[in-house]
Design a protein around this ligand. Structure first.
Ligand code: ACO
Length: 427
């Protein structure tokens, strides 16, 4: 631990301890600042604020490092499986073979949805965005699984966690099926987590669905790459919602709502739409110019990141995977050429160099997902599916943290001062 930090304010000096994590920047513990000085800190967007202690995920944005429980994301993406990474995130250690089998078995036994939830889907307009359906249906789980909403009971928390991880692929596949007017396909538990999801999404009751191992492996990699990402906006939303004691299903629904935005999980949909709009590499300079123009709100979607200021390690894995998947599936998509060319041009452009803007995870994921056959509206749903495990792990960590309090940021008030009410006929 470093020396205390002294703050001189209002003619008084107060001291604050500096806390050190295992790796990463130290933090100044300012919990007593308001009591000692009467002042708050001001940090919109939490650019310098650590909101909690966590032992799940570590990011070094300058070095382009992402670790889950200490393991580098590229090693996990290349060598592990989504079920194994889920176990790791939840429990802190890689499972033994027996532990993994038991965990996968448990998850596979919770994949079915309460049958009444199928009726719930039918209340949505046919053209509803699948993320709208996700927000609604995941929130509605709290109305169906009353035996796992008591957050003070560790056993109920565990069952809720398993249910969320197990049911989210079923919910996502049903959202897709509903939007295309096909019958829902029930889970088949002998399949892997990812194969089961693909079958529920692309299979139809009239035919057997053979899972293509190339697609299964690419999908599993995409799930691993999206599994967790430290205290990002949606994870912080889940924690904030959970800090009031809300039940886990409601908290995950809040996370899904936050993820939907184009500055967060919605960027993969926006990135592919942008690449399609650009169309051919010769139009790239026009879009680069627009991204640099201060008077134009246009941004290169899939570029830039709040934390990664060197490169996003997930984008590296996905850039490689995009080529592999398209090659193996025999797809020649000009969008991939446009993406590669755009990346090369932007990386050499002084504006992007100065602002440290690099492709993020969303830049290539859309190209792969579209090759697999997903419509763009499903992209963020897939992100939500994978991130559910991260949200659940972070939520559990928060509930078990003895320092946990209800989240309650303060503000710099800039509104009117006290004034007397004036009746409407006197205004
Ligand atoms: N294209 C062009 N310029 C950009 C881009 C971009 N994609 N991203 C940032 N900039 C510029 C901004 O205009 C700003 O310039 P200025 O300093 O001259 O005003 C500067 O870079 C810093 O941008 P901020 O918005 O302040 O950076 P912040 O860290 O708040 O934003 C964000 C990060 C939201 C991801 C941003 O880079 C962005 O909007 N990117 C496009 C959307 C996207 O791909 N989101 C996915 C993020 S990854 C994820 O959620 C999984």
């Amino acid at each position: 631990m470093s020396d205390n930090v002294k703050v001189e304010f209002g003619g008084k000096t107060s001291e604050y301890p500096v806390l050190s994590g295992t790796v990463g920047p130290d933090v100044i513990d300012i919990r007593k600042l308001y009591g000692a000085t009467g002042a708050f800190t001001y940090d919109p967007g939490f650019t310098s604020t650590a909101s909690c202690q966590s032992a799940i995920t570590y990011i070094d944005g300058d070095a382009g490092v992402l670790l889950h429980r200490g393991y580098p994301i590229d090693q996990l993406a290349e060598q592990s499986s989504f079920m194994e990474v889920s176990y790791l995130l939840l429990n802190g250690e890689l499972p033994s073979k027996d532990e993994l089998d038991k965990f996968s078995y448990t998850i596979s036994r919770h994949t079915m949805l309460h049958e009444q939830l199928a009726t719930f889907y039918r209340g949505f307009r046919r053209d509803a965005h699948p993320m709208a359906i996700m927000c609604g249906v995941v929130g509605a789980l709290s109305a169906f699984y009353h035996d796992s909403t008591d957050i003070t009971d560790p056993k109920q928390r565990l069952i809720a966690s398993h249910r969320l991880i197990a049911k989210i692929p079923t919910i996502a596949a049903m959202a897709f099926k509903y939007s295309v007017g096909q019958p829902f396909v029930y889970p088949k538990n002998e399949l892997s987590y990812t194969a089961n999801f693909l079958r529920m999404t692309f299979g139809v009751p009239a035919e057997n669905y053979e899972v293509d191992p190339v697609i299964e492996s690419a999908m599993d990699k995409i799930f691993i790459l999206h599994a967790d990402h430290e205290q990002n906006a949606s994870t912080s939303t889940v924690r904030l919602a959970g800090s009031s004691g809300a039940n886990p299903f409601a908290c995950i629904a809040a996370g899904i709502a936050c993820l939907w935005g184009p500055a967060h999980g919605g960027a993969n949909e926006a990135a592919l739409n942008m690449l399609r709009e650009i169309g051919t590499p010769d139009r790239i300079p026009e879009y680069i110019a627009r991204a640099k123009n201060k008077d134009d709100p246009f941004r290169l979607m899939g570029f830039g990141h709040r934390v990664y200021k060197n490169f996003d390690p997930r984008a590296k894995v996905l850039g490689k995977a995009a080529t592999e998947v398209l090659d193996k599936l025999g797809i020649n998509d000009p969008v991939l050429d446009t993406a590669r060319e755009l990346e090369q041009i932007a990386l050499k452009d002084q504006y992007f160099i100065d602002k440290k803007l690099y492709p993020n995870v969303d830049f290539y994921s859309g190209v792969i997902l579209s090759a697999i056959g997903f419509p763009t509206t499903m992209f963020t749903v897939l992100f939500a599916l994978a991130r559910t495990v991260g949200w659940v792990a972070q939520w559990n960590e928060m509930i078990s943290d003895p320092e946990q309090k209800i989240g309650r940021p303060r503000q710099l008030y800039m509104g009117a001062g006290p004034r007397d009410y004036v009746p409407v006929d006197k205004r």
